[in-house]
Every structure is written in structure tokens, then in C-alpha cells.
Design a protein around this ligand. Structure first.
Ligand SMILES: Cc1cc2nc3c(=O)[nH]c(=O)nc-3n(C[C@H](O)[C@H](O)[C@H](O)COP(=O)(O)O)c2cc1C
Length: 401
């Protein structure tokens, strides 16, 4: 469990985005309870939050709690963080003034730990001295504010006031949780995505890797407190937050960057789908259309995993093996041939999993004897499970490096 968050939702048009915030927090391993203002229920039905969080939503202080752990004082003992998103001008003013006349403002006064506020409002409201002063008061008392974005607003105006991107809000929230991270102080190197090998000035040889698994792993590692270098080819997914990205294009560039970054890492997760072959010599300029077949000579690309596995000292090394089914022996043979410490057997045979898909089914196998099956799940969940399963071995290997 990453942390306990009370998500306070107030009555702005961006209230629907709080549903995504709840989902993302849960995906990243947080437990969440939701408190809404009465006005927020005009925008989103509390049932949505109740179903997704698995707990009743507090809207009124006058309802008898239907289960333990939802009343404001009990919640304040439970919570690590109060995240108010979206925060209306009204709730911000109430929080600054210490007003406690509904469930959310009362909870805020009872809350004992950190407060993160994600305002969202019309740009004229955002620049009102009353709002600015209230936010200054709250930050002076220790609250953190996620500055809204600029752009087109729901009301048709343009300017500052739009709720910051939900990913950013969740990232800031995770950063404010007490360090429960299983990987605190660990330095990880993750490779992700495909490589692109030039055929001529405009054509490339590449593969279908999207970078989803590698970026999910990098994000999960950062969320678990690790310091993460992400070495990636051209990705089809957004970069994770809170990691150091290093963009490369070809296998050769990846090889060079790996050689630079690996010595500083405690563990390396080689998830990138690096080309096995590349054109022996890229043609200068553009190949013209012509009659008949065209033969391009390909040369093998050095095995980057085996290269790293042969080094001493080297990071705890994890490789990925895409297999047509749960072929443990083949995956373990691959791990040994590369001198790796662990292998993630990725079953690409079951529909909807594997390269470019959102889900995966994996077996986590290690030279140290770990043999753990993770049934089909989203790549974020799989990533967390991989890291938590290997964290013991990974941490132990640091002392022997
Ligand atoms: C359609 C609509 C959209 C609104 N959007 C916002 C908003 O984005 N931000 C804001 O501060 N107030 C907004 N308001 C005004 C608030 O709903 C109003 O100030 C309300 O009293 C806030 O109550 P609460 O803070 O208890 O949720 C909106 C009102 C309406 C009718």
C-alpha cells in the first residue's frame, strides 16, 4: 500500500476529472476515501466514487456512517494526505477562513497531515484578490497548491484556471505521501520502447513495441520511491513523471547510453525491444523506386543484455522474454545465457496481452529461486508486482556489488 488519501471533491465543472484522479491513485497503490461537497454532487453522482473506492462517500455530516472509517474524526486518524481536487474558489475561501459548515470543510479542519489543493475555476475568479489571499494563507500554513493550467475553459473563456493535468496532480500527491516506498534510495535503470535502424535517409527498420511495459515499470519504480533513469527509444505512450528520461533512436545509441548509465544503477530492467538486426550500411540519401527486388544486407546487433550480464560489477539484471505460452525453461535458459539475475516471462500467446497491448500475463523467475505467476492484469499493476516481488533480491544484491 502506497498511502491513504482523502479525496475532497468540490462543486466545479472539473469534478468529473476527480473520478480519474481516484482511479489513478488506486492504480498507483493508494487507498482512497472520498468526501464531497453537496454542490459537487450536482456534477458527479457520489455513487461513482463509492463504487470505485469501495467505500461510502461522505456528503453530509448528518448521515450516520454506514461503516467504520468514514466519519471525519476517524478519517483524520487514517489519512496521510487530503487532496482537494477540484478545489472551487468557495472551498478555498472556507478552508482559509476555517469555516466548517459541510462535510469537506469540516474534514479539512479535523485533518492532521498534509494538504494538496488543485484549484479549478474561471480565470477571472482565479485572479480575484480574495482567492489569491486565501491560497497564500493556506500555503503559509503548509498546504501545497497545484497551479492550474492555462487554456480554454469550460465556460468559453481562455486563461489560467483549468484544473492541472490529472497525472500531474496524482504525481504531486504521491510525492507528498510519507516514504513507505519499498524502493526508497534505490537507483534503477529501465529501458523501454523500440529502436529504429535507418535503411536510408527516410526509411527505418523498427518493431511494434509501444514502450507501455517499460514506462509502466519506470513509473511504478518512481512511485515506490526509486530514483529512475529511463532509457527509451521512440515511444507511443507519454513519458512517466518523476523519472530522468534519456531518448535514443538506434540500438547503437542505446548501447552507448546503457554503458554510461548502468554503472551507477543498483538494478537494470531491460524492457526495450532492441533490434536484433540492422542494415549493415545505411544508404546515403533516399533509395529510389526501381523494378525488381531490393536486397538489404542486415548485420546482427550486439546482445545488449548479454553485454551487461558479462560485466563485473554490474547491476541486478532483469531481462524480458516474450514467449508463446508459459515456457519457464526457455525463459530461464535465456536468463542464464545473458548472465541475468531474473527474467520476466511475458506470455504473448493469450489474446490482449504482450507487445503493444494494455495488459500482460507474466511469470517472474529468478536465479535465486523466485517463481511467481501474475495472471492477466494491466501493465501498471504487473509493473508494481514485478518490482515488489524482486525488491528483496534486488536490495540484497546491493550489498554484494
Ligand atoms: C455549471 C457550473 C460550473 C461551475 N464551475 C466552477 C468551477 O469550475 N470553479 C469554481 O470555483 N466554481 C464553480 N462554480 C460555482 C460553484 O459551484 C459555487 O461557487 C458553489 O457554491 C461551490 O460550492 P462548493 O465549494 O461547496 O462545492 C460552478 C457553478 C456552476 C453552476
Amino acid at each position: 500500500m502506497r498511502g491513504r488519501v482523502v479525496l475532497g471533491v468540490s462543486g466545479g465543472i472539473a469534478a468529473y476529472k476527480a473520478v480519474e484522479i481516484l482511479r489513478l491513485l488506486e492504480k498507483r497503490g493508494c487507498e482512497v476515501r472520498v468526501v464531497m461537497t453537496r454542490h459537487a454532487t450536482e456534477f458527479v453522482n457520489p455513487r461513482t466514487f463509492a463504487v470505485l473506492s469501495g467505500f461510502p462517500v461522505q456528503v453530509s455530516q448528518w448521515e450516520t456512517p454506514t461503516m467504520p472509517g468514514v466519519d471525519h474524526v476517524e478519517l483524520s486518524h487514517w489519512a496521510d494526505l487530503l487532496l482537494v481536487a477540484p478545489a472551487t474558489a468557495d472551498i478555498i475561501a472556507k478552508m482559509a477562513a476555517g469555516i466548517a459548515d459541510d462535510a469537506l470543510s469540516t474534514y479539512h479542519l479535523a485533518h492532521r497531515s498534509r494538504v494538496l489543493i488543485a484549484p479549478a475555476m474561471n480565470t477571472v475568479m482565479w485572479w480575484q484578490p480574495a482567492v489569491r489571499e486565501a491560497l497564500d494563507t493556506l500555503t503559509a500554513r503548509g498546504a501545497t497548491v497545484v497551479t492550474p493550467d492555462s487554456g480554454e475553459l469550460a465556460c468559453g473563456d481562455a486563461g489560467e484556471g483549468r484544473l492541472a493535468p490529472v497525472e500531474e496532480i496524482v504525481h504531486r500527491a504521491l510525492g507528498m505521501l510519507p516514504p513507505r516506498g519499498a524502493l526508497g534510495g534505490v537507483h534503477l535503470l529501465v529501458t523501454a520502447g523500440p529502436t529504429r535502424e535507418p535503411v536510408d535517409a527516410v526509411r527505418v527498420l523498427t518493431n511494434r513495441s509501444s514502450g507501455k511495459m517499460g514506462t509502466a515499470l519506470a513509473q511504478a519504480a518512481a512511485d515506490l520511491g526509486a530514483s529512475v533513469d529511463l532509457l527509451h527509444g521512440p515511444l507511443s505512450v507519454p513519458l512517466p513523471l518523476g523519472v530522468r528520461p534519456h531518448a535514443v533512436e538506434t540500438a547503437r545509441e542505446m548501447e552507448e547510453a546503457l554503458a554510461q548509465l548502468a554503472p551507477g544503477a543498483d538494478a537494470a530492467f531491460l524492457v526495450a525491444a532492441v533490434a536484433d538486426f540492422r542494415p549493415a550500411a545505411a544508404v546515403e540519401g533516399k533509395l529510389d523506386r526501381r523494378e525488381g527486388h531490393l536486397a538489404i544486407e542486415l548485420e546482427p546487433v550486439p546482445d545488449l543484455a548479454a553485454g551487461l550480464g558479462a560485466r563485473a560489477p554490474r547491476p541486478y539484471l532483469v531481462v524480458f522474454a516474450a514467449e508463446n505460452g508459459p515456457n519457464r525453461e526457455r525463459a530461464l535458459a535465456k536468463m542464464r545465457s545473458k548472465g541475468a539475475d531474473a527474467v520476466i516471462l511475458n506470455n504473448i500467446a493469450s489474446p490482449g496481452t504482450g507487445m503493444d497491448a494494455s495488459d500482460n500475463e507474466v511469470w517472474i523467475l529468478s536465479a535465486g529461486g523466485i517463481d511467481h505467476h501474475v495472471p492477466r492484469a494491466g501493465k501498471d499493476e504487473i509493473a508494481r508486482e514485478i518490482l515488489l516481488t524482486l525488491s528483496g533480491e534486488l536490495l540484497a544484491s546491493r550489498s554484494t556489488r
